[in-house]
Design a protein around this ligand. Sequence first.
Ligand code: NDP
Length: 300
Amino acid sequence: MAQILDGKRVRDEILAGLAPRIQTLKRKPGLAVVLVGDNPASHVYVSSKVKTCLELGMHSEKLTPPASIATGALLDIVHDLNSNADIDGILVQMPLPAGIDSQRVLDAIAPEKDVDGFHPVNVGNLSIGRPGPRPCTPSGVMELLRRYQIPLAGKHAVVAGRSDIVGKPMAMLLLQANATVTICHSKTADLEAECRRADILVGAIGRPAMLTRAHMKPGAVMIDVGINEVRDREQAAAIFGEGSDKMSAFDKRGSVLVGDMHPYHAAEVSSFWTPVPGGVGPLTIAMLMSNTVDAAERRQ
Ligand code: NDP
């Protein structure tokens, strides 16, 4: 039976490791989160980021301009934060409302305060192996693999998904750890065959339970980044089966979270796997905190 890679445990370890570093800094590390408009999911994400900051004894500022803000005014907010000495990290919560030029906003963040690691300078730093903030979700996956001592050098890693925030940086980090890396996407000719070659398979597609045992090599490591809210009862029952605990939860809440991998297949076939929720998800905020503390140490 496969072993669970416990993201909550690793998150707690990462945060515990940050506490003494925060205490030795002269000034509290500061994170500014800019939340434009009132997207409910974004509000939940931002609240938990701010809460984690406060629990760690960090300084945090939340700016909440309305959805009607113009790109120019949002750029002014970012420029102010760039020159604010109390702020080490700036995070502009995505997605931004339609009409705002997201790329211009992200490009305006000072690279040394770009704790999401999305600025082109930091994408370049990652690509050529220079230090700098790395995107939080893929670097969280690397921490998980490292702390469970899963060997990567010489292994074949397949990353399903090529987004700028997950798939591409994930592939780059695995490459730097000396894995042989294949990146798959929606135009990949034979996704099953590519995925079945993986010693380490990363699902970052955004399609519930799309990767099944047909995509999984027995004994491989399954890293499921996908977080998909399934609201269709039939779809949920097809994945979890009637009478399962997950379906009881669905009937109470009207939805259930499903990764990109079929959870039963991943648990049966793999050596190690990340459940959803509780696998990769908790690591993203931990790595955001870690990037902010790194930035504060560099600036101080
Ligand atoms: P995007 O939608 O930006 O990217 C999805 C990628 O999957 C694209 O590269 C797309 O290919 C590829 N893809 C889509 N359909 C298929 C298919 N049928 N076969 C093969 N490839 C396919 O998603 P994100 O990268 O932002 O997120 C991926 C998942 O990870 C989502 O479920 C998201 O919720 C989750 N996530 C979780 C986080 C966490 O904290 N754990 C953080 C961020 C995301 P193409 O490029 O060709 O279109």
